[in-house]
Write a protein that binds this ligand. Structure first.
Ligand code: BJ8
Length: 423
C-alpha cells in the first residue's frame, strides 16, 4: 500500500483510529476474497482498488478538486449522477458498510437505527473515511425516516442538499421528481459554477447508460448454468462502481464481461456442477459488507444475482437518450429513476414482480431475502416478498442481520439447512 498519511492528515482524519481500520481490512479481504479459487483474471483491477481503497481514488478526487472540479457525496441510487457529471462534477458513494464505523454513529443516533445509517454517520463523525472528508457537498434524499434525520446531523458542518423523493409513483409523482431533478441541477450549477446544457447532459446520460450496459453484461453472464464468477466478486465490482470514475468503470466492467462471456463459452465455472443458485433480495450491501455472500458461498451455494441497490436496482433500465431539451431530459431521467423499485414507495408491487422475474431469469433454486436490522421498510415488505415467492413455488428464506459477526454461525446453520432443503 502506498503511503497516503500526509493526504489523510491534510484531510483532518483521525490517523490513529484510521490505522485500526486499515489494519483489519487486508485480513478480511484476504479471508473472504483471495481465498477463492479460479477467480476471473480481470478481478485484479478490483483487488488493486480495495488494497488502496482510501488512497488511490481519494487522491484522484483531490487532484480533480485542485483543477476546480467539485465532488458530490451521495447515499441513494435515486440521486441522478448524470446531472452532476453534466456540470463537470464528480459523484462518489458514501454509504457505510463496516461495523467499524457503527459505534461512532451510535454516539449520536439511537441504537435502533439501521447499521447502514449508523456506519455512514460514524464514518463522518469519527473522521476515518477520506471520502466523507473530501466531498464538497452531500446529497441526501427523503427515502426512509432514519436517513431523513441523519441528514440533519451530517449537514451540520458540510453543505447538505436533500432531494424530496415522492412516496408514490403516480404520473404527478413522476412529474414532481422531474421538477426535483431540475431543482437539483440548479444547485449543482451553483456549486460547480458550470452551466448544464442539453449537450452536456446528453453526454452525461450516455456515459452513465454505458456504465449500466457494462454492468448488465456481467449480470447477463451470471444467468448461465455455468457460473463464471462468484457472487462475492460480482458484489465487489458493483460496490466499487459507486466510487469509481464512470468511464473507467465501464471499461473495466466490459473487460470483465468479455472474460466471463469467454468462460461461459468454454464452460469454465467457479462452482462445481449442481451448486444451488441463490438470488439475494433486500437492502443494499455497501462496501465492505460481504457478510451474506461469504456465508452463502462457503455453505455450498452460489449467489447468482442481487435484487438490491448494490445489484439490479443500480443498472436495470436505461435513460432515454432521445430528448434534446433540458426539460425533456429531466423527464427522461425522472422516468428511469422512478422505475427503481425501493421499499420506500407504496404500493411497491413492481418490486415483487422484479424478484419473481429475476428468480426465473437467473434460474435460481431459492431466494434469500436479507434485510438490515432496523430497516422497517424492507423488513415489513419481506412479508409480501415471502408470500409472493411461496405462491410462485420458489423457496425463500427471510433473514434480518447487521454488520457484526455475532450472528454469523447461527446464520450459517440456517442457510445450510435452507440449501439442503433445496437439494
Ligand atoms: S433506493 S434501498 S439506496 S433508500 S438506510 S432504506 S437499509 S433503514 S438504503 Fe436505500 Fe435508496 Fe432505497 Fe436503495 Fe433501510 Fe437503512 Fe433506510 Fe436503507
Amino acid at each position: 500500500m502506498a503511503n497516503y498519511r500526509e493526504m489523510w492528515e491534510n484531510l483532518g482524519m483521525d490517523l490513529a483510529a484510521h490505522d485500526n481500520l486499515c489494519a483489519v481490512l487486508p485480513t478480511a479481504f484476504g479471508d473472504v476474497y483471495l481465498s477463492q479459487k479460479n477467480r476471473p483474471k480481470a478481478m485484479d483491477f478490483w483487488d488493486m482498488v480495495v488494497a488502496d481503497i482510501h488512497g488511490i481514488r481519494p487522491a484522484e478526487l483531490i487532484e480533480a478538486q485542485k483543477k476546480g472540479q467539485k465532488v458530490f457525496g451521495t447515499f441513494c441510487v435515486y440521486v441522478p449522477d448524470e446531472v452532476v457529471i453534466a456540470a463537470n462534477g464528480i459523484v462518489t458513494g458514501l454509504c457505510g458498510g463496516s461495523q467499524f464505523w457503527v459505534p461512532d454513529g451510535e454516539k449520536v443516533l439511537p441504537k435502533s437505527t439501521c447499521p447502514l445509517i449508523k456506519a455512514s454517520v460514524g464514518a463522518r463523525l469519527g473522521k476515518t473515511c477520506p471520502f466523507f472528508r473530501i466531498a464538497d457537498m452531500y446529497v441526501g434524499e427523503t427515502t426512509c425516516d432514519g436517513k431523513k434525520k441523519a441528514w440533519e446531523i451530517l449537514g451540520k458542518d458540510v453543505p447538505m442538499y436533500v432531494m424530496d423523493i415522492p412516496q408514490m409513483k403516480r404520473a404527478k409523482d413522476v412529474k414532481k421528481w422531474a421538477e426535483e431533478i431540475a431543482d437539483f441541477a440548479a444547485v449543482v450549477e451553483k456549486e460547480t459554477g458550470n452551466k448544464i446544457t442539453p449537450e452536456k447532459l446528453a453526454d452525461a446520460i450516455r456515459i452513465i447508460n454505458e456504465k449500466r450496459k457494462a454492468l448488465a453484461r456481467v449480470y447477463e453472464a451470471r444467468k448461465s448454468s455455468t457460473i463464471p464468477i462468484s457472487g462475492k466478486d460480482a458484489l465487489l465490482m458493483m460496490q466499487i462502481a459507486f466510487f469509481d470514475d464512470p468511464v473507467r468503470c465501464a471499461q473495466m466492467v466490459n473487460r470483465l464481461a468479455d472474460e466471463l462471456e469467454q468462460r461461459v463459452k468454454d464452460g469454465v465455472s467457479v462452482f462445481p456442477a449442481g451448486t444451488k443458485r441463490i438470488l439475494l433480495s433486500g437492502t443494499p450491501m455497501a462496501i465492505p459488507n460481504w457478510k451474506m455472500h461469504h456465508i452463502i458461498e462457503t455453505s455450498g451455494a452460489a449467489v447468482v444475482c442481487e435484487e438490491a441497490c448494490t445489484g439490479t436496482r443500480y443498472f436495470e433500465k436505461l435513460v432515454d437518450e432521445s430528448a434534446t431539451t433540458l426539460e425533456g431530459q429531466y423527464a427522461a431521467l425522472a422516468d428511469r429513476y422512478m422505475g427503481i423499485n425501493c421499499a420506500c414507495f407504496t404500493p411497491n408491487t413492481k418490486r415483487i414482480d422484479d424478484i419473481i422475474r429475476l428468480a426465473k431469469e437467473y434460474k435460481v433454486d431459492g431466494v434469500i431475502d436479507v434485510n438490515l436490522k432496523f430497516c422497517c421498510l424492507y423488513d415489513t415488505e419481506g412479508y409480501t416478498v415471502e408470500n409472493a415467492l411461496k405462491e410462485a413455488g420458489i423457496p425463500v428464506l427471510g433473514i434480518e442481520t447487521d454488520y457484526t459477526d455475532a450472528d454469523a454461525e447461527q446464520l450459517r446453520t440456517r442457510i445450510q439447512a435452507f440449501i439442503e432443503v433445496l437439494g
